[in-house]
Design a protein around this ligand. Structure first.
Ligand SMILES: Cc1cc2nc3c(=O)[nH]c(=O)nc-3n(C[C@H](O)[C@H](O)[C@H](O)COP(=O)(O)O)c2cc1C
Length: 270
């Protein structure tokens, strides 16, 4: 039988098999980001169907980091009861579940949150500049928001968290020379551009402890001229491994990468 069907473990998280549902925005959360019965049902059905590890759709860790409508939110303690029900349903179906922690950065949905988006640098687009450059205070607050969100996931009974550092959202923007034009310790060479993702990992680790599995999703490359390259991704991955990441999922592309955008053939751009 294929190894895909064999049990495996990430730290103490024992998985029935090697099938992982990659994070997918379902568009089934409530207007305020709360878990809904339909969203719980989708996750439970995946586990019932035999997926060893379900990774939730991207959940915003702070309001300005929301990317899409009906996106799951983990930005307040009020999210914990709904998330607990979601984790319980997947466990009852025999699966394990990780919460994907996300911040959209310059791709933050101003039309939903009413908050000006922010990123490593002002994002230049065909329709003009978007968002503002983050201050050091903003950077520290973003890392704290990821850590608080991870603690909520753990408290709600999730088996792991996955940091979303792919697809041109906040942490991917920091990694990418296409988006990151900073002149301080967070911009320049890859050791500087990987600083925030590594700091986020360390802040999460402090919040959830050493035994809890912390995963990350990275772009193999951005598929953009002047974007993150495979070689730089490998250097960032090594830094993350040294900082204690438990597993790395490799994806690729951004919302600006044409046919290589992450949703590949769909009309959405997560
Ligand atoms: C409708 C839709 C929603 C998605 N939502 C997310 C998401 O919430 N988080 C994420 O990391 N990726 C999301 N993705 C991307 C997929 O998880 C996956 O990364 C993508 O299909 C490319 O596959 P690959 O990563 O194996 O290259 C989404 C894709 C689609 C089509």
């Amino acid at each position: 039988m294929s190894e895909l069907f064999e049990s495996t473990a990430i730290k103490d998280m024992v998985l029935a098999n090697r099938f992982v549902r990659s994070a997918t925005w379902e568009g089934l959360a409530a207007d305020d980001g709360a878990v809904t019965p339909r969203l719980i049902d989708v996750q439970a059905q995946l586990a019932l169907g035999g997926v060893g590890l379900v990774i939730s759709g991207h959940a915003y860790v702070s309001r300005e980091g929301q990317a899409l409508s009906w996106q799951l939110g983990v930005d307040s303690d009020g999210s914990i009861p709904g998330l607990t029900a979601m984790a319980d349903a997947v466990h009852a179906a025999g699966g394990k579940i990780a919460l994907q922690l996300a911040h959209a950065g310059s791709r933050g949905a101003f039309q939903i949150s009413g908050i000006e988006p922010m990123g490593p640098s002002v994002m230049e687009t065909d329709s003009g500049p978007v968002g503002r450059e983050m201050t050091i205070g903003d950077i520290e607050e973003a890392a704290d928001a990821f850590a608080r969100a991870a603690a909520r996931a753990r408290g709600a009974g999730f088996d792991a968290v996955q940091i979303h550092a792919a697809h041109g959202y906040l942490l991917s923007q920091y990694l990418s020379p296409y988006f990151n034009k900073r002149k301080d310790d967070y911009g320049g060479g890859i050791e500087n551009r990987a600083r925030l993702p590594v700091e986020v990992l360390k802040a999460i680790r402090k919040a959830v402890g050493s035994a809890f599995p912390v995963l990350i999703k990275l772009n193999s490359e951005d598929f953009l001229p002047g974007g993150l390259t495979v070689q730089e991704m490998i250097e960032a991955a090594v830094m993350l491994e040294e900082a204690g990441i438990d597993a790395i999922e490799i994806s690729g592309g951004t919302f600006l990468s044409g046919k290589n955008k992450p949703s590949r053939t769909g009309t959405q751009d997560p």
